[in-house]
Design a protein. Sequence first.
Length: 200
Amino acid sequence: MYPLFESVCIENSQIKNEEFHEARFNRSYIQHFKSLPTYSLFDGIHLTNLDNSLKYKLRIGYKQHGTRFSISEYKNSIATSLKLVSDDSISYALKNNNRKKLNELFLQRGKADDVLIIKNGLITDASYSNILFFDGKQIVTPSTPLLEGTCRARLLAENSIVEKSISVADLQNFESFQLVNALNDFDESRWIPIKNIKKD
């Protein structure tokens, strides 16, 4: 059993955001196993026979004493409409295989592509992605994510985005949004009108 995992993007036969995945792996390992890791996340992974024109998903499952990985072609797939759903008890601070609660919330999306989860009155994440908002001047991400994504972490480190506490009422202050994760990086051309977030 490999309880925790990382989903990593490979483009041009290169691992993207490697240092941020390694950093999250270290934090998660310590939190879950209560000890320091004895190996690196990318130990034993060799990228061979990949088509440089394709994007790949590298999935690394890990346990206390080892990893297993798989590589598959990845087709860009990201939601452009969201339905607000609330759950004050949900927790997904570690990227683990138990996504039961997230999957249950996803089933409430109705005609939307995905859900945008509200916890204790504050915006968190979509079911598979962090969210960014644009107010016409700056790009903002919720300071209350369920999972601190690696793309989000890099954008914060670059000072490309800022964190703020965002309530449902605050959504009217934004023009647009986009979802980001390890496989779908920030893209200036990918902004979606805020009206595509529905309450019901």
